[in-house]
Design a protein around this ligand. Structure first.
Ligand code: C5P
Length: 228
């Protein structure tokens, strides 16, 4: 088929990962969670006991670390390591609070970003643009030529509630106040590198605060049908 890149940006807790995966599944497209790549690099840095403030070292690791992502019905699976020989399934580890707390240090490293963006574009090419790609800078930097460009937002209240429910279901026992502090601190740091709270020119905003999962998926699919 012809290229159909669906670029979805949004803050954490906007529901973009689960919505993006479901849209990919229904439309028979590949799926890429770019946040998983930032998280995996962060995890590999932490495991290598690398100082995250050491810009050159983090950039060097970004260039050589092994990362692979695949898509099982409903779940994004991630394998990563310092190199292919040390690659492990890190699907669950990359969601741990210690990774969420450290990830902004990696995401604000411009050298590392350049390398991850290169890999993300290569992944889109590898499926000839038949992909739903989700992150913070997809509509603006990674794939500004995407056929469909979408910002998925939600009120702070809705985002915190969703992130809290997500962590609870994965067995995390953080208080609501801790979750709120962490999510808002991460948003604040992330917005120093990428503008993901406001839609760029030509990007459609869907506010999911008052939509359930099914309604949000339906809204995205409707937008895709209108645009292709
Ligand atoms: O989407 P998720 O919350 O898993 O992303 C984790 C982190 O990765 C974000 O907080 C941000 O620091 C970084 N990120 C980014 N650009 C992207 C995707 C994620 O900077 N396109």
């Amino acid at each position: 088929g012809k290229s159909l890149v669906i670029a979805i940006d949004g803050p954490s807790g906007s529901g973009k990962s689960s919505v993006a995966r479901e849209v990919a599944r229904r439309l028979g497209l590949a799926y890429q969670d770019t946040g998983a790549m930032y998280r995996a690099l962060t995890l590999v840095c932490l495991e290598s006991q690398l100082d995250l403030q050491n810009q050159a070292a983090v950039e060097a690791l970004a260039k050589r670390f092994f990362f692979e992502q695949w898509f099982d019905p409903g779940v994004g699976m991630v394998s990563a390591g310092i190199d292919v020989e040390h690659a492990l399934d890190v699907t669950e580890e990359i969601r741990l609070p210690r990774v969420s707390e450290a990830v902004s240090a990696v995401a604000t490293n411009l050298g590392a970003r350049t390398e991850l963006i290169r890999r993300q574009r290569a992944a889109i090419e590898s499926v000839r643009g038949r992909m739903v790609v989700e992150g913070r800078d997809i509509t603006t930097v990674v794939a500004p030529q995407a056929e469909v460009r979408l910002l998925l937002t939600a009120s702070e209240e809705a985002r915190l509630a969703r992130r809290g429910a997500q962590l609870a279901s994965s067995g995390e026992t953080q208080s609501a106040a801790d979750v709120a502090r962490q999510v808002l601190a991460r948003d604040a740091k992330d917005s120093t590198v990428v503008e993901f709270q406001r839609a760029a020119d030509g990007v459609v905003t869907i506010d999911s605060s008052d939509l359930d999962f099914e309604q949000t998926v339906a809204a995205v699919i409707r937008l895709v049908k209108e645009n292709v």
